[in-house]
Design a protein around this ligand. Structure first.
Ligand SMILES: [Fe+2]
Length: 190
């Protein structure tokens, strides 16, 4: 479910907007300079290897990258693996990586080919929890404070766009603000 929930930054219980309407989500985010759009959803993304996935979306990628600014485009995948005894630790480790507030020197651009994840954008005195699902493309502007929750059962395939090979590295603020906000699991259960 694509979802936008806007909350006061100093009080997560103060919910100012909660909507699943893609047009409204796009409008709210656009007003803050955050690009959000939708590409078609490929059938069986899970069964499609990364090269084939990039080939499928080549026209959209070419349009997005018309300026050539993204020199590194790859595919990140994580799926539950019930047969792997290490899975719970892998999942928890992956989730913890970007769960604290941080920013990047370049835009964080992600297209979800499958699954879901939530970007929390801390803009001014609000936090915009943006749950992306298959078909959603979100661009978090460089320097924007944010965090990302892939949930307790991480499951997504995302095409990532980087200007620099190390563009994914976060500059963490040390602020524990994220602990006071509903998790992805909680947002979806609400
Ligand atoms: Fe990030």
């Amino acid at each position: 479910m694509t979802l936008l929930q806007v909350m006061a930054a100093d009080n997560a219980a103060d919910v100012r907007v909660r909507t699943t309407d893609p047009a409204e989500i796009g409008k709210v985010l656009a007003e803050l300079g955050i690009a959000y759009s939708h590409w078609d959803v490929v059938d069986n993304a899970e069964g499609t290897d990364s090269d084939a996935l990039l080939a499928h979306y080549a026209p959209q990628i070419a349009e997005l990258n018309a300026s050539g600014r993204y020199e590194h485009i790859d595919v990140a995948r994580i799926h539950p693996d019930a047969d792997n005894p290490e899975w719970p630790a892998i999942a928890a480790g992956a989730r913890a990586k970007f769960l604290d507030e941080h920013r990047h020197a370049e835009d964080e651009v992600r297209f979800f080919a499958a699954g879901q994840g939530c970007f929390y954008l801390h803009v001014g005195d609000e936090v915009l929890a943006t749950v992306c699902e298959a078909g959603d493309l979100l661009s978090v502007p460089a320097g924007t404070l944010h965090w990302f929750d892939m949930g307790t059962t991480p499951n997504f395939i995302a095409i990532r766009f980087f200007e620099e090979a190390d563009g994914w590295i976060g500059d963490f603020t040390g602020d524990k603000i994220s602990a006071g906000f509903p998790t992805l699991d909680e947002l979806l259960a609400a």
